[in-house]
Design a protein around this ligand. Sequence first.
Ligand code: DGL
Length: 272
Amino acid sequence: MSKIGVFDSGYGGLTVLKSLVTAMPEMNFVYLGDNARAPYGDRSFETVFQYTRECVNWLFDQDCELVILACNTASAKALRQIQQVDLPLRNDNKRVLGVIRPTTETIGNETQTNKIGILGTSGTIKSESYKIEIAKFFPQIQVFQEACPIWVHLVENDLLGLEGTDFFVKYHIDNLLLKDNEIDTILLACTHYPLLIESIEKVLPSHIQIVSQGEIVATKLIDYLNRHSEITAKLELSGKREFYTTDQFNDFNTHAGKFYGQSVNAVRVVIP
Ligand code: DGL
């Protein structure tokens, strides 16, 4: 029997896993954080692709039938190539899904002004993936983007709630809102950013809503599994969770609770 793999460059994907587990408590999930090589946000296309591919293959080797790239940067820079080049070479029908498509399929329903702000890593923003995908589903919507390269570091280094952190949050929110004053919806297009929600809410005008991805991805995954009984039939349903990191497991265990909402017991793995 198989499991669902959830991959992120580090801790951020745990915010998505939390929503997946809440929506599908019976499902077996394997989480892999590539903490040793994180952050991915400023890395080249080739590097993000290589790292992501290695991690996906490792999750496939752990009997994952389906892998969710719970990382926007990996979804933007590696997903298409894995889906179009790697998967067809396998004979086992395994699948890989990202977080950008499910988000862009629904985000357009949230805005009244048809103006959306996207906050993400430099890699995600430069890839223009959100602009391209939103245009497919909601061509009437204008998308404004802001890369927030320092935010992942603030989260990874446990600097939440500090004055300095609030400064850099305000800096990027102000930059985004200067691009258009009718933005009414902001997407946290990086799985780390929900951890900064308190700082974001402090500076964001109250008429602007914040959208995080966890629940969207969970709802869309349930829908996907309902439509793909050939995958669902192979999935084990005993509510088991496994956590792996490519760096120190005790560091991972210490930090993971903030993202996942409960303590975890991770095992270190060496990839590739
Ligand atoms: N969590 C990743 C994302 O959603 C970003 C973290 C990183 O830069 O590695 O894009």
